[in-house]
Design a protein around this ligand. Structure first.
Ligand code: NAD
Ligand code: GLY
Length: 365
């Protein structure tokens, strides 16, 4: 097992990474002072069917008096205010004794983790929670860093809080049951880390991307802790994304989000971000920030990962419209995370909209 620490003063926490660890989650929580008499597991029907029993057995063996399961239905549409209300009300019914502080366990991907984290942040003004990620995306990204939220009809992640978990417990064996498309969605975020922050990671991916997609244990052991360390460092420097560092994680997400919305469900988040990363790299070349070799290496990597480099069929004006309404644009000048090299990001504001339009058009062909 590997341990990565997120250093945030009093809010510091460990990320435990390994294989076949679910059956030991009870003792691990006890060791970290997180085993409550009331253990509230938030999960989903699909994920719970695979992994809840193991978690429950382990918690009970370790001495938890009551373990409760509450399911958030699968799918991004359920990262909603309605499901948030159901989850916090369930917590109120399950843990009515003010003398017993429940621990929330978010067992699932980013949907369960984001909603579960926000429920933990809000219930009784904050109870401890543990992220137990079961998707590659949640392992390398959403389970770390304390961004919790639900979507509103008015926009994604509009209602939430920065609220750090007390522990992240990452059993990579749970990825075995993850559908291939979800694996690739997570791989897009892995590629992002290499592209913006770590040339060595990117080179490793150039050598081993196929092994990673097949969830080869050695590849996961190389890649996941590296991504988690990178994210822990970024979050340690800029917990609330107001120090000009955490924004780097938005690489590929500006045009990517607009494409994701325009595609209306036809593209996964990772697929849209993949196209967004190609667009951002191309924009970087056009602005003379890097050589075309950087764009070529990134596009090759994305294609080898089985992710798209273009999103044909979407209307340019629809994508640009979503782009103009992006929260990063509304505050004034646009802002893009761009590349100076593989492993070296930079930020530019007020990029000429004609250039943005041309680049966006080029990835819709
Ligand atoms: P997800 O949580 O929707 O999970 C994807 C699908 O995989 C679901 O149908 C789920 O039931 C299924 N699944 C999960 N684990 C499984 C397993 N081990 N075996 C079989 N099926 C499994 O998707 P995701 O990609 O994990 O997360 C996406 C969400 O994460 C988005 O809402 C996004 O906004 C959020 N996110 C948050 C952050 C953050 O910093 N908080 C960062 C990135 C993304
Ligand atoms: N995934 C973006 C962030 O955590 O900041």
């Amino acid at each position: 097992m590997q341990t990565v620490r997120v250093e945030l003063g009093k809010r510091s926490y460990d990320i435990l990474i390994g294989f076949d660890m679910l059956e030991d989650i009870g003792p691990a929580l006890a060791e970290h002072g997180l085993l409550s008499d009331n253990m509230a597991v938030l999960t989903s029907p699909t994920i719970g069917a695979h992994y809840y029993q193991q978690v429950r057995d382990s918690l009970e063996r370790a001495g938890a008096a009551v373990v409760d399961r509450h399911d958030i239905p699968d799918g991004e549409d359920n990262k909603s205010l309605d499901e948030f209300c159901r989850a916090v009300r369930r917590l109120a019914q399950f843990a009515p004794n003010p003398a017993v502080r429940p621990t929330v366990l978010a067992l699932g991907g980013g949907v369960v983790g984001d909603l579960g984290g926000f429920a933990a942040a809000s219930f009784r003004r904050g109870v401890p929670y543990v992220q137990v990620p079961t998707t590659l995306l949640s392992a390398v990204d959403s389970s770390v860093g304390g961004k919790t939220a639900v979507n509103l009809p008015e926009g994604k992640n509009l209602c939430g809080a920065f609220y750090q978990p007390s522990l992240v417990y990452m059993d990579l064996a749970t990825l075995d049951t993850l559908p291939g498309r979800e694996v690739r969605s997570g791989v897009a975020e892995v590629i992002k880390y290499g592209a913006i922050l770590d040339a060595d990671l990117f080179q490793y991916l150039e050598e081993s991307i196929e092994a990673l997609i097949e969830l080869d244990a050695e590849a996961l052991t190389q890649v996941v802790p590296t991504c988690v360390e990178l994210k822990a460092e970024v979050v340690g420097e800029d917990e609330r994304e107001n120090a000009g560092v955490r924004i780097c994680l938005n690489f590929g997400h500006t045009i990517g989000h607009a494409i994701e919305k325009a595609a209306a469900g036809a593209l996964s988040h990772g697929e849209a971000v993949a196209v967004g990363m190609v667009a951002a790299a191309r924009l970087s070349v056009q602005l003379n920030l890097c050589d075309s070799d950087v764009e070529d290496r990134l596009s090759d990597m994305i294609e080898r990962a089985g992710l798209p480099v273009t999103a044909p069929g979407l209307r340019l004006e629809t994508v640009l419209d979503y782009l103009r309404h992006d929260k990063k644009f509304i505050t004034g000048a646009n802002r893009f995370i761009l590349l100076e090299d593989i492993g070296a990001w930079t930020c530019r504001e007020g990029v000429d909209m004609d250039a943005v339009r041309d680049i966006t058009r080029s990835v819709l062909l």
